[in-house]
Design a protein around this ligand. Structure first.
Ligand SMILES: Nc1ncnc2c1ncn2[C@@H]1O[C@H](COP(=O)(O)OP(=O)(O)OP(=O)(O)O)[C@@H](O)[C@H]1O
Length: 982
């Protein structure tokens, strides 16, 4: 071992005496501590030396000191001793012992060091700072630690009764994160030493069972503790940090939000054990051995002894007799085989078996493979969780539920469990940013108790209570973020309060139809029907919103065919009447044309030409010339309303004074697309006409405003889902259907030959009766991969032949838009009586006298989608029928749900439960649905509503959250933009 003389002198000069102290202490530790801690201290020493060396650029020393994770601690000490001029560690120790035997002597030597001189010479070296640098990478907390440590050291030097070992012990271990250190900062030395006398950080941090109040003095309230790096967790090795970080657990919060998938019952189950049975038992390791079978094969066998209660019958009989529970002991043999020369070596196997010590309490789960002998069983597919910490063993004895964690990113559940326990110990009881009144109002535990309760419950009720709080948080911050953003867009405090009031009380705000603008009243008059009760209420509510200077953000929701379109048209007329423009965006061209046709036909019925608004249709297939003219008209204000597809939000489409944007089938547009309308600002002072019946006096001060947004959803999303998705939107629901509608008779049949024949007969009857039939297909052309699927194009000829005399049409997404338009208008006019189509008709197609629908391969569609399709019939007064054909009988039970109910909300809930919320919206949309770590929308809707109310009341108290800085920080940590799904 060679080291340059300059290096040797550097080491000697800079810190020789200090290193001697360290080596002595390390050496003493070596004879008293367990392997794990020895390694940790070695690493700390090594890392510190590395740091010194690299800062001084002593590459030769760095090389010399290179130690891998498995190096012996003594090797490292030897290397350092040699560098310092001793022949080995033993020699160093002996020489040192001769002159400094006691700790007092060590102190006096330590005091002899001229720290100032050394610090001046080597500013990079913090004398006495033995913090485990490698274990931290949070630079902020590092700096804090360094300051505290150097202060501590200075204090220590000045403190005559200081104890070097205590200081070393204090500084060498990991530190509790941020806040406690700040506290230490304030402590006088005597107070501090009383803390540091204890073994580190587990004691400094919170005892899991301690009462919060008792800890309040020891910690500084700080919820940011949750977002500290996991590198602050005490007792974790560098390797474990790396593993955890690789698994995505970068922060304490991430760890704590890894919730148990279940809790094991501490009572080993009653009853007998049988082959093939899956068991979960607590037990004690009674032996562990590594056996080498041959050159390349070996195995590890751990035998666990578990005590179980005899089966119920015998137990009750015996307990009657003896008055005590009858227990029997079973032995589980857990074998793991290793192949390859390296892994079958005896030393490797011994090393593996040493991990399982006799007497250790473990939790074993797995499948009984076979009985080896009486009460001895071989286990397969097993998992073994070591209950390493005393606390966990207490849990066992106290019969508390034992949390079982799902593994993640290949991390062992046991590592996760231990790390979570460590994370819990670093928590303060006052990490909770939630206002106390919210906790009281909604009967919730505080966050500290919730984390404790979910990870270390005393009983299942406590776990449940904790879960409720954590679900509440998931929803609360989502709602708070959305509402907060909504308020941000509004100017004054009064407006904000008004907006919040509106969110709370729907019924308060409405404008009677006698107060509507002339255009809206004219449209109402032109309708061949009168509005239903809920249509009327919806319009009144929207009109109220339109008269306010703040942008409306409203979701109009209603079942298929309930008549949402006319509500939106009336809102547009109101805005146009006051001299502004309206945009109506739909997801498909077919729908855009249909709405355009519908509105123009209504406008034709207006008395007098002079007041007819100028409306336009702008879609992807509008010719360049025509779209240029339309865009120009919108820019100059000549065109007051445009109906179209995505082209409406294109950058080149500019409006002079866009005041409302209606978005039909809004869940088909992303949040970003919806938001793009907001960038099409308008100036309230610019109006297209002088006919201003709406007072805008109060908005004079505003230069620009975002347009009102009226989103419509034909997919009946359950209220909970709507709230989660659009918590920032006011919700209006149309709950009734136009009068005269008859329930659609629905049948779910197997699409075999006889099923098909039955359906064709039904079709014939319908056509003879003057009806029109939709035939819906899952695909356009036949597929070799999916031969069981019927295809629209492939079936066209055979259907035409089968129903001779009844003209057929074809409609699918690959047709040109004029062809699609032609197919639909032929069907509408009755020129064709059968329309073979793909699901392009699912959205909004309105042919009121279509009276029958047959859906081929219905198993390919979701329940909500099938309900939506079915909504294409039964839109008039004619009795309608819908048949779902499926290719396999196994799909029938699911389809039968549709036979029983035509309530879109009920079906959407059923779909939500069956498929999960993400799927309900389709792949493309599920990105906009927030992911909740613990909550499930399907079942936790009630808590979502409470969280929504809580968010409203918090913002009602403090619009900008100025009174709740903790909540604001928490909100920013939870990144509301991600929550929004963008
Ligand atoms: N109050 C009413 N009385 C009678 N018919 C009505 C009434 N309101 C709307 N309708 C008619 O009901 C049909 C369906 O209306 P509309 O297309 O607006 O429904 P929707 O809610 O948009 O449904 P979808 O979700 O299918 O698009 C239309 O033909 C419309 O003219």
């Amino acid at each position: 071992m060679i080291a340059s003389s300059s290096t040797q002198s550097w080491i000697k000069d800079c810190s020789g005496n200090h290193l001697v102290r360290v080596i002595c202490l390390e050496f003493r530790r070596g004879s008293s501590k367990r392997i794990g801690s020895r390694m940790r201290f070695s690493n700390a020493l090594g890392s510190r030396l590395f740091r010194w060396c690299s800062r001084e650029n002593h590459t030769s020393v760095r090389k010399l000191l290179e130690v891998d994770g498995t190096s012996e601690r003594s090797k490292l000490l030897n290397k350092v001793s040699v560098l310092m001029g001793y022949s080995n560690t033993q020699c160093l120790i002996e020489q040192e012992r001769a002159c400094r035997e006691s700790a007092t002597e060590l102190i006096s030597v330590f005091k002899e060091i001229d720290f100032q001189e050394i610090s001046a010479k080597f500013p990079c070296i913090k004398i006495g700072d033995s913090s485990p640098i490698e274990l931290f990478d949070d630079s902020a907390s590092m700096k804090q630690n360094e300051t505290v440590l150097s202060e501590n050291l200075t204090n220590f030097i000045q403190e005559p009764n200081g104890n070097l070992e205590a200081t070393y012990e204090f500084s060498d271990k990991c530190y509790p994160i941020g806040p406690p250190l700040t506290n230490v900062d304030h402590l006088s030395m005597s107070e501090e030493s009383s803390v540091t006398q204890q073994p580190f950080s587990n004691e400094l941090a919170v005892d899991s069972d301690a009462h919060p109040e008792s800890l309040a003095d020891a910690t500084v309230p700080d919820c940011s503790i949750l977002d500290r790096s996991i590198r602050c967790l005490p007792g974790t090795t560098s390797r474990q940090y790396r593993q955890l970080e690789d698994g995505g657990f970068h922060t304490v919060r991430k760890l704590l939000q890894h919730f148990p998938r279940t809790y094991a019952d501490l009572q080993n189950p009653q009853g007998s054990i049988e082959e093939g049975q899956y068991i979960m038992l607590f037990g004690t390791i009674i032996s562990s051995r590594g056996v080498r079978i041959k050159h390349t094969l070996g195995f590890l066998e751990v035998v666990v002894s578990c005590s179980i209660i005899e089966n119920e019958l015998s137990s009750s009989v015996k307990s009657c007799n003896s008055g005590a529970e009858q227990k029997k002991t079973v032995h589980l043999h857990l074998k793991k085989f290793f192949s390859g020369t390296r892994f079958s070596s005896q030393s490797f196997l011994n090393c593996m078996s040493s991990k399982y010590r006799e007497g250790d309490i473990v939790y074993v789960s797995g499948k009984i493979k076979k009985a080896l002998a009486n009460h001895h069983y071989d286990l397969k597919e097993y998992n073994i969780d070591m209950l390493e910490e005393e606390e966990q063993q207490c849990t066992l004895l106290d019969r508390k539920p034992y949390p079982i964690y799902p593994s993640k990113a290949g991390l062992k559940p046991s590592l996760l469990s231990i790390s979570i326990s460590r994370a819990l110990k670093t928590l303060n009881p006052d990490i909770d940013p939630m206002p106390h009144e919210v906790l009281v109002e909604f009967n919730l535990p505080n966050l500290f108790d919730a984390y404790m309760g979910i990870h270390k419950p005393k009983n299942l009720d406590e776990a449940d209570f904790a879960r409720r709080r954590l679900i509440f948080d998931d929803f609360f911050y989502l709602q708070l973020g959305r509402l907060f953003q909504m308020l941000e867009a509004v100017g004054t405090r009064i407006e904000k309060e008004e907006l919040l009031l509106k969110c709370k009380n729907h019924e308060l705000n409405a404008v009677g139809d006698d107060e509507w603008s002339p255009l809206a009243r004219k449209l109402l008059k032109a309708l061949p029907y009168s509005l239903t009760h809920s249509q009327l209420n919806a319009v009144k509510e929207i009109m109220w919103d339109l008269r306010r200077p703040v942008p409306m953000n409203r979701l109009l929701q209603g079942d298929v065919g309930c008549g949402k379109t006319i509500v939106a048209f009336l809102a547009c007329m109101e805005v146009i009447s006051s001299g502004f423009q309206a945009a109506f965006m739909v997801p498909t061209e077919v729908l855009a044309r249909q709405h355009y046709g519908h509105l123009t036909s209504l406008l034709e019925k207006f008395d007098g030409d002079e007041c007819k608004p100028n409306i336009a249709l702008l879609t992807g297939s509008t010719s360049t010339r025509e779209s240029r003219i339309i865009r120009n008209g919108l820019k100059t204000g000549e065109i007051v309303m445009v109906i179209g597809t995505h082209s409406l939000i294109a950058d080149k489409t500019d409006f002079l004074a866009l005041r409302i944007s209606v978005i039909d089938e809004q869940q088909r547009f992303g949040v970003v697309q919806r938001g793009r309308f907001n960038s099409k600002l308008y100036t309230p002072s610019i109006k297209l006409s002088d006919d201003d019946t709406i007072s805008n006096d109060d908005s004079d001060s505003e230069k620009f405003m975002a347009p009102h947004v009226l989103a419509m959803s034909a997919t009946p999303i359950p209220r909970t889902l709507a709230l989660a998705l659009y918590g920032d939107m006011s919700l209006t629901q149309i709950t009734d259907l136009p009068p005269g509608r008859q329930p659609i008779e629905t049948f779910a049949l197997e699409g075999n030959d006889s099923g098909l024949e039955t359906v064709f007969q039904m079709m014939r009857d319908e056509l003879v009766d003057g009806g029109k039939v939709y035939l819906v297909y899952p695909i356009i052309e036949e597929s070799e991969q999916l031969p069981q699927l019927h295809a629209a194009k492939a079936d066209f000829d055979s259907i035409r032949q089968k129903f001779e005399g009844y003209p057929c049409g074809l409609l699918h997404g690959r047709m040109r838009s004029d062809e699609k338009d032609g197919a639909l208008s032929s069907f509408r006019s009755g020129e064709t009586r059968i329309l073979l189509s793909t699901q392009v008709i699912e959205i909004g197609v309105d042919v009121p006298d279509a009276s029958m629908m047959v859906v081929m391969n219905a198993e390919r569609f979701g329940i909500s989608q099938l309900h939506q399709l079915r909504g294409r019939v039964g839109r008039g007064e004619r009795k309608s029928r819908c048949v779902y054909l499926c290719s396999s009988p196994s799909a029938l039970p699911r389809l039968k749900v549709l036979e029983k109910s035509s309530d879109g909300f009920y079906l959407a809930n059923a779909d939500l439960v069956l498929r999960g919320p993400g799927n309900l919206l389709g792949k493309k949309q599920s990105g906009h649905l927030p992911e909740f770590p613990i909550a499930r929308l399907e079942i936790d809707g009630g808590i979502l509503q409470e969280a929504h109310n809580a968010a409203l009341s918090v913002l009602g108290t403090s619009n900008d959250l100025a009174l709740y800085p903790g909540l604001k920080v928490e909100l920013s940590m939870r990144q509301p933009l991600c929550i929004l799904g963008d």
